[in-house]
Ligand binder design. Sequence first.
Ligand SMILES: [Zn+2]
Ligand SMILES: [Zn+2]
Length: 245
Amino acid sequence: MKITILGSGDAFGTGGRFNTCLHVETAEGRLLLDCGSSSMVALNRAGIARNTLSTLLFTHFHGDHFGALPAFLLDAQFVSRRKDELLIAGPEGVEQRTMQALETDFPGASGNAWRFPIRFLEVTPERPAVLAGCGVTAFPMVHDARAGPCQGYRLEAGGKIFAFSGDTAWTPALVPLAAGADALLVECYSWNTSLANHLDYATLAAQRAQLGSRRIILTHMGATMLAHEEELPEERAFDGMVLAL
Ligand SMILES: [Zn+2]
Ligand SMILES: [Zn+2]
């Protein structure tokens, strides 16, 4: 499994980083895990041909994780001229949220006669799935119920496990999410200010011993985290980082 972190930023592009977008490649296929607002720029910059992606999988419905979906669909229709089915997977409500986002960004577009089949799939903690050759298990995260259900995912392929928190405050569900993973990519938005909907480094450091993953990589860092980045022992994500698991 090869993961390229196309976007490692927070919601605001702090530090010039792109919004969350991960390109996941297995022996059987490719998917994007989150596709935040700036992701069409990130995909173009990385030279990723959109038609090679079978699946888009979302952690939750905030713009910095979900916001480029309308542009991705219109690109598929008018620019990339996609033929193959596109699978759009995510928490409960993913189809309705997609139609809402399309109507907001490009009024009328939800009624498009698409040149390619679109299939929606709800992946929930009770309903795991196999997407682009990855076994995908969802874990409930604690972030913002208005933009969710918010989920983290464990992806398993080729005997390797990649875990991603999406956005979340500290929750005990991070423990089984991380257990035995080859790599955990975990959000760490703030330095030492405890927040109701995001992790801060002080909390993560205090809980870290419970996270049984081989590697821990911090992402979604805000301004206070980036100011302290150089002094941390943990790996930190950056745009273009490749995890070869
Ligand atoms: Zn976010
Ligand atoms: Zn969010």
